[in-house]
Design a protein. Structure first.
Length: 327
């Protein structure tokens, strides 16, 4: 597939007919605009990859980057999760690059903490092999760490593929933070009115499996005739408005289990839909060359029995067991 065919495949869905009509002037204007944007993005990515190339040359003290001696699996967008092992005759270069990081953006020396272990090594392993993959780095805004043939790949370096992997803090997701505040606030108020003097549950630190009990207080209050009480007491109007807000944001869940899964999925999706993107991958890269590519399929997650048991929030950061949800 040449670059123009690849471009058309990526953008055709944006046109009313599912493809650009050469006889439609509006389609042609849109096509021109999309092509200019596409070309601009590819140029930015190429510049970024040159930074990685220069970093590799410095780390290996070479003028020309050596090629990987093997071909490695790549499933592409929307594929299933898979694992690879760096072959022995590639391990010498892999080991030298595993802890290497490029300089800060705009600089030519030093390293940046914005790039973790394994990212440069993974870039080299695929980009300098006959695996049929063009790898570019993506340090712009909400870009994932790498792009494999245009598919987002977020790179982590946890010591094992099982257990929970952090997705970062959700502090910037103001809408989700506000929604959590309302849900947990109603829970606290309900417990206080009921005489429960136990410790309040914090929306920035909780286990996914604790959500059904929290939502039960919301559902219990919903059964009260809050509309009648609202005319006499403003607090009940506020409660009703907040419960209506929760139902709207979570698409009117029918049960506490539905509501719990809906908010968990909302938090996870807010992160993964951007980095690496639905259809992309999270690659956990071990020092020994054992690599697991977890395929991100958010439709699959919403029906998973592990959604609540393998998800939690700690100090406003989201943690997910990828081996259970995406393995």
């Amino acid at each position: 597939m040449d670059i123009f065919d690849k471009f058309l495949k990526e953008v055709s869905y944006k046109f009313p007919k599912g493809y650009p009509d050469v006889n439609d002037s509006k389609d042609m204007e849109m096509l021109k605009s999309l092509m200019e944007e596409y070309i601009s993005e590819k140029q930015v990515l190429k510049e970024g990859s040159e930074v990685y190339d220069n970093t590799i040359k410095r780390a290996l003290d070479v003028d020309e980057i050596p090629r990987s001696k093997n071909k490695y699996q790549w499933n592409g967008s929307g594929g299933s999760s898979f694992s690879i092992q760096v072959k022995q005759d590639d391990k010498e270069v892999w080991d030298k690059l595993y802890n290497v990081a490029p300089p800060k953006k705009g600089e030519t020396e030093g390293e940046t903490k914005g790039v973790g272990n394994g990212e440069i090594a993974l870039y080299w392993l695929y980009n300098y092999s006959n695996s049929g993959v063009e790898v570019n780095e993506g340090r712009e805004g909400d870009d994932p760490d790498l792009f494999f043939n245009g598919v987002g790949v977020e790179v982590k370096a946890y010591s094992k593929h099982t257990g929970k992997i952090g997705l970062g803090r959700f502090g910037a997701d103001r809408e989700n933070l506000a929604l959590l505040g309302v849900i947990f606030g109603i829970n606290t108020l309900s417990k206080t009115l009921g005489g429960d003097v136990g410790p309040a549950v914090n929306p920035t630190n909780f286990l996914g499996k604790s959500l059904p009990a929290i939502f039960k207080t919301v559902f219990d209050l919903e059964e009260v005739d809050l509309e009648s009480l609202a005319g006499k007491y403003s607090i009940f109007k506020t409660l009703k408005d907040n419960i209506d807000y929760i139902n709207k944001e979570l698409d009117n869940p029918g049960t506490v289990e539905d509501a719990s899964k809906a908010i968990a999925l909302k938090l996870i999706s807010s992160k993964l839909s951007r980095k690496p993107g639905n259809g992309g991958y999270l690659a956990n890269v071990l020092k020994n060359g054992d690599i697991k590519f977890f395929a991100i399929d958010l439709d699959k997650v919403k029906d998973s029995d592990a959604l609540l048991s393998d998800f939690n929030v700690k100090q406003s950061a989201i943690y997910v067991n990828f081996s259970k949800l995406f393995g």
